[in-house]
Design a protein around this ligand. Structure first.
Ligand SMILES: Nc1nc2c(ncn2[C@@H]2O[C@H](COP(=O)(O)OP(=O)(O)O)[C@@H](O)[C@H]2O)c(=O)[nH]1
Ligand SMILES: [Mg+2]
Length: 338
């Protein structure tokens, strides 16, 4: 394991792959390896890419990876999307395009197994991001289907979040349903070659104006009224970021330059407005909380026979106990670790 850590830090891709397998399966030594890697983390730019299946996330990540490679940046790609071409579910055209990246030593692609609980997946994703970060990748993409809270949790690990939409995905803008619009730093309307792209752009802009405080402020000033500076967060002067809406045709590399520019200006915003420091503190807080919760739960479960649970479930179902009283009763059982 020490060798794997050392080799990973030296940029050995095979060592990194093996280490990630240990990490994903939480094998013995994985926690120690992550602890050793940790001091070398915190350098990568983590970009989350989320949106409904088929909107073109993988195609966009592919195009963006090429663009970053053209700037001599190394790129790690983590596909949490089970339908992703990166994770093997590729149709022929995608496989051919992925060849642009295959064989490039500056690109590392890893698909996350989606088995197990999504909570566990969020944790494993964080660990994999850290390992790639420590291995020295400049930019790390995390592609995930924006289907619910668990995916939002995964995306929260990122510093920049891209929400991808496509025209003709239904009457409603999909992201709104999933509640992921709030977390978007950059919105992409991909498949701009398809009819309805204008409508999708317009719908997103309307949503932003209604729902986003920054966009609302801008809208007001746009109408000639001066707004006081936005309320500061944590006492620091954070400038507001208004998510831009970018049109792309990922398959033809169209709009990728604009998207790169949007990403870069968000990155600049993070650094200059010192948002990054606050963001990282927030991420650490969430992670610590998650891990503590998981650890306490595991510790608790160790002390309680499984038939006790079955018994409580039965008593709740028969209305003998309400769920909250059951929780109190479980915590009051003898041999509690707390
Ligand atoms: N017409 C059109 N098709 C696209 C575009 N981008 C991706 N696609 C196609 O849309 C499908 C889904 O793309 P994919 O990147 O796998 O989407 P994901 O599920 O969001 O990762 C594939 O068949 C792509 O070739 C685009 O800009 N225009
Ligand atoms: Mg995909």
């Amino acid at each position: 394991m020490d060798d794997l850590v050392r080799e990973t830090l030296r940029g050995n891709r095979r060592a990194l792959s093996r280490l990630l397998t240990y990490v994903e399966n939480q094998r013995e030594g994985a926690a120690q390896a992550l602890a050793e890697l940790f001091p070398q983390t915190g350098r990568a730019w983590v970009i989350g890419v989320t949106g409904s299946p088929g909107t073109g996330k993988s195609s966009l990540v592919n195009a963006l990876a090429k663009a970053f490679r053209a700037q001599s940046k190394t790129v790690g790609i983590i596909a949490v999307d089970p339908t992703s071409p990166f994770s093997g579910g590729a149709i022929m055209g995608d496989r051919i395009r992925m060849r642009d990246l295959a064989g490039d030593k500056g690109v590392f692609i890893r698909s996350m197994a989606t088995r197990g609980s999504l909570g566990g997946l969020a944790r494993a994703t964080r660990d994999v991001i850290r390992a790639l970060d420590a291995a020295g990748f400049d930019v790390i993409f995390v592609e995930t289907v924006g289907a619910g809270q668990s995916e939002v949790d995964i995306v929260r690990t990122a510093q920049t979040t891209v929400v991808v939409e496509a025209p003709g995905m239904g009457d409603d803008v999909q992201a709104i349903k999933a509640g992921i619009l709030e977390i978007a730093d950059v919105l992409v309307v991909n498949k701009a070659d398809r009819p309805g792209a204008d409508n999708t752009v317009r719908a997103l802009r309307t949503m932003l104006e209604m729902g986003h405080p920054a966009a609302r402020a801008q809208l007001t000033s746009h109408h000639g009224q001066l707004m006081p500076p936005a309320a500061s967060v944590n006492g620091s002067e954070e400038t507001l970021w208004i998510p831009p809406v970018v049109r792309t045709i990922a398959l033809e590399d169209q709009g990728i330059g604009d998207l790169m520019a949007a990403l870069e200006s968000h990155r600049q915003h993070l650094v200059e407005a010192q948002v990054l420091t606050n963001l990282e503190r927030q991420h650490i807080e969430i992670e610590l909380y998650d891990r503590l919760q998981a650890a306490l739960m595991a510790r608790l479960l160790k002390t309680i026979p499984s038939n006790t649970f079955t018994d409580f479930i039965h008593r709740i179902q028969t209305r003998e106990l309400d769920p909250q009283t059951a929780v109190e009763a479980i915590l009051a059982l003898p041999n509690q670790p707390m």
